[in-house]
Design a protein around this ligand. Sequence first.
Ligand code: ACM
Length: 729
Amino acid sequence: MASCRIKISVGWSLTQIIAGMMIASLSSPSLASPTLMPRPAEVRFGAGFLPLPNGLVADWQGCRSDRLERAFSRLERDLAVRTGIEPQRLGRVGAAKLTIRCGQDANSLGVTAKEAYRLETNLSGVRIDAEGPDGVLRAFATLIELVEIGPAGAQIATVDIVDHPRFVWRGLMIDVARHFISIETLERQIDAMAAVKLNVLHLHLSDDEGFRVESRRFPKLQGVAAFGQFYTQGQIRELVTYAADRGVRVVPEFDVPGHTKALLTAYPELASVPAKPGSGPALFPAALNPALPASSRFVAQLFGEMAGLFPDPYFHIGGDEVNGALWRADPRSAAFMTKQGLSGPAALQARFTEQVRRSLSAQGKIAIAWDEALDGGLDTSVVMQAWRSSKSVALSARAGHAVIVSAGYYLDHLLPASSLYAVDPFDVTAFGLSPDAYAEAKRGLAGAFITDAMAVDPRLGLTPEQEKLILGGEAPLWSEAVTDEMLGSRLWPRTAAVAERFWSARSVRDADDMSRRLVATGELLNLLGNREQSSREAMVMRLSPGDSKPVLTLLDASAPTRYFSHNHTMRSRLRGAGPQQQDFNALADASPVDSAVITRFDASVDRLLAGDQTAAPELAAQLHAWRDNDARFAAVAKGHPALEAALPRSRDLAELAGYGLDALERLSSGKPTAGDWSLRAKALVSRLNAEPAASADAIRSLVAAQPPADLLLPASAGVGRLVNAVHSQ
Ligand code: ACM
């Protein structure tokens, strides 16, 4: 942040300074530094705290605007929620001064918005000095993380933070087509995004299952293709404004020419001939027919209307998973390809994409497309969203395209935060099938879906010039198996780990430290209004009326199986068994991907094995709770199939906890193990540790048998370490 002015002279009132020093000196310094996520570029904590008995009062120095004043009001509300200060006291005499200075930014909310800031708190007040208004928003997000309740009430840690993002594009994609997501739920996600400094909400607004935006020009889109669930144009405008207020851009995606079954239900005259059984992968049942001039006209007119609703210059046109067999089977497309000298479906798609790109460009829009669009050649102004494997990051950048990296960040794959966190956008081998896994998958049941694009190429890398083309990344959440109710818990707190990957320096990589902070960040997000925790609890209450505690205890020790293993509709379709209706009312739907209980358990195991005996009582309490939960779970499960399906899991957890308790006792008493205890304990731990293998990648997850109730028991790792420690005495 070379141009950020950091020297500000502010006139603090003497009474404020004295009052501050007196109260500050009464508060004892906190033992742990406050949790910051994403981790800022530079942080220097001071000693002591600035008391905030009546919150903050803003002193605007040059960049006051309605937008920033609204942001300050939200900051005050968050401060009240975080500390319990009654809102009417905020800003009264004794409130600490928050001096806010920022430069102008003609590109505010654009892809090059100035987001760098400096945040200084000392015993006399708080200062923000930002390059532009968006930097003030980022500073406010950091500020709320620094606030806590100390012995004398609300306080803020003294600190000097200098911060700026690594990538300009830090996105989250939400699929609102497969399951419709309400505006209210989306707004809560925008709040959470802003709290972790994500700045792009990519909405996947159309797919085979629905078209979700009102069109005045093509009203059958909401009348027929939305199946009753869509956003009005007014709602879209409000959502875009809501996001802009929080420094979040909304980028729309209308997927063409594939993933258009819903659209083509409304306008069947634009379709290629319907898929015949056996003519191609059944998962991709429909595509526009690009050989028809009416198709290009329709898309140009529709996108013209939709582009007017979304002010962002970027507009996503989809382009993924087009079933070329539909075009080969369609006499009109086949004749068109021959006449135009097009070598096949990829070339036909490229021609169509170029037409769409030109029509968007005429409206000042930059097209984004999923990486398949590169296969037939493409104008370099199109931004590629790399998803099939990290290889496409390299291929796209080599071809001169700006790139958004999504390979490795799919949230619907239900991988733990540490897996997503380990993927760096510059690492073009980070995600994809190894050459051996590719060969095996090609021969398997899902071989028809496997393409070379899904395999990594260990020989590829990025030059410094190519790295400059990487705009950043986006974590997608596809919603085939995610309802409105589940959305928050499928996103948070995991997405905060991805947000850190996109914001913080590449060298910030300590997964254990991230996991510890993720727990605190999850708590903060819940406190600020994200309902990740309460919506899970509501789902459990519904499953287990009257006594949900035993179910929650089991779920907090669990994780859902990964990738598509819990997508029963997709699994049965792949087996040719036809679609199967799935209710999202199973325990796996409420199971946390990164359980805070497990994170704490694992951290206590670390401490104990490092010699800290104070960890033993916590571990014992947790293990007793798991062991004793089984009888209670069995009692509430009786007669409820969704719960009964998890009975074997509950028994496994109890048995595992029993071995954990034995191990703790033997570690403290030094008593040798008796009989085959060690063998039995290790056999159970190995069985549970091996279970994630059945859903270790997309293909296995679709075909392999899964553990009961599609639940994993990640406590096995920590208990396994306790058991091994006994053995090695
Ligand atoms: C995609 O996941 N089909 C882009």
